[in-house]
Design a protein around this ligand. Structure first.
Ligand SMILES: O=P(O)(O)OC[C@H]1O[C@](O)(COP(=O)(O)O)[C@@H](O)[C@@H]1O
Ligand SMILES: [Mg+2]
Ligand SMILES: [Mg+2]
Length: 331
């Protein structure tokens, strides 16, 4: 038994896929725990389809997940590390995966993860994944942190397991509680401030202004540079995350990938009662136009995600005004 799946009402096919994901997740956690003993998992080994540098662990994780899923109901495997959708044979499911998320953190011993999304398979590989996130059967992640955990939704709340090192299996713990409506914690890579669009700058200016600004209270900031770790923190205690599009070349639609990063995270967050948009529109209703498409991404507590969208409706003179002259959104 790699993972406790009793009482979830999963089909045998889905249960088998979850068991394989959990088995490889435990294996990857063990490999990570030995980084530097024999191999350097952060060593550069190439470039993936999206043009990102690949680290040794990106490739190891991709190989392990792909091999383990090849004997299951997964007909189509779509990975950040593969140029095209890979056919794994006959089956009723398609699985999209970011095998190793947060790879800039491998060499600094900070939490990293795996993100996955499961759809009913269609005849065609691309058609299986280029559809609305609402059609996902499951979305989840494995976090390799001080504790290894697996978090997943099958469309009925958010389930949570913790890797028990004594038995090498994922033990089910309490479901993730609904997110609070509002929060005083936000996450954004603030070094890109000068590149952001005006509504994002205005939103962040007003948070940074704290008690002296229009919001009249102080906010706290976190940036781990691991989407999985930021998601886990937000699911555990609330918050809002932003990776907007910006004016750097290649970042017009942000950095994060729609199919195997944002859609499954959006599924989890909305199942926990939060919001997930591209800044304005829901991620789960958007249609990606290609496997490695990017999308701006804002998710977390519902009221904050809605507030980001409201800043996009402000007239230009309001978003470009200094916070102390901006008339709206005083709380
Ligand atoms: O370095 P930046 O621009 O802050 O980006 C950090 C983001 O990039 C990512 O590492 C991208 O994921 P990969 O490591 O899978 O490429 C996210 O986990 C994280 O949120
Ligand atoms: Mg990633
Ligand atoms: Mg990755």
């Amino acid at each position: 038994m790699a993972i406790e799946l009793e009482d979830l009402g999963l089909t045998p096919e889905m249960a088998e896929v979850m068991t394989r994901l959990a088995t490889v997740g435990a294996q990857v956690a063990r490999i990570i725990s030995r980084n530097g003993v024999e191999t350097d998992l952060a060593a550069g080994v190439g470039t993936n389809a999206g043009g990102d540098g690949q680290k040794a662990l990106d490739v190891i994780a991709d190989d392990l997940f792909r091999e383990a899923l090849s004997e299951t109901a997964v007909a189509w495997y779509a990975s950040e590390e593969q140029d095209e959708v890979v056919s794994l044979g006959e089956g009723s499911l398609g699985l999209a995966i970011d095998p190793l998320d947060g790879s800039s953190n491998i060499d600094v011993n900070v939490s990293i993860g795996t993100i996955f999304s499961i759809f009913p398979a269609k005849e065609d590989g691309d058609a299986t994944f280029l559809r609305q996130g609402h059609e996902q059967l499951a979305g989840g992640y494995i976090i390799y942190g001080p504790q290894c955990a697996l978090v997943c939704t099958f469309g009925d709340g958010v389930k949570h397991w913790v890797l028990d090192l004594d038995t090498n299996s994922f033990r089910r713990v309490a479901d993730i509680k609904p997110l609070p409506q509002d929060t005083t914690e936000y996450a954004i890579n603030a070094s890109n401030y000068r590149h952001w669009p005006a509504p994002i700058r205005a939103f962040i200016d007003d948070l940074v202004a704290g008690a002296e600004g229009p919001r009249g209270k102080n906010f706290n900031m976190r940036w781990i540079a691991s989407l999985v770790a930021e998601t886990h923190r937000i699911l555990m205690r609330g918050g809002v995350f932003l990776y907007p599009g910006d004016d750097r070349k290649g970042y017009e639609r942000g950095r994060l990938r729609h199919v195997y990063e944002c859609a499954p995270i959006a599924f989890l967050i909305t199942q926990a009662g939060g919001g997930a948009t591209d800044g304005c529109e829901e991620v789960l209703t958007a249609l990606p136009d290609r496997l490695h498409a990017r999308t701006p991404f804002v998710f977390g507590c519902g009221a904050k995600v809605a507030r980001v969208a409201a800043y996009h409706d402000l007239p230009g003179e309001e978003t470009s005004a200094l916070f102390n002259t901006r008339g709206l959104f005083r709380s």
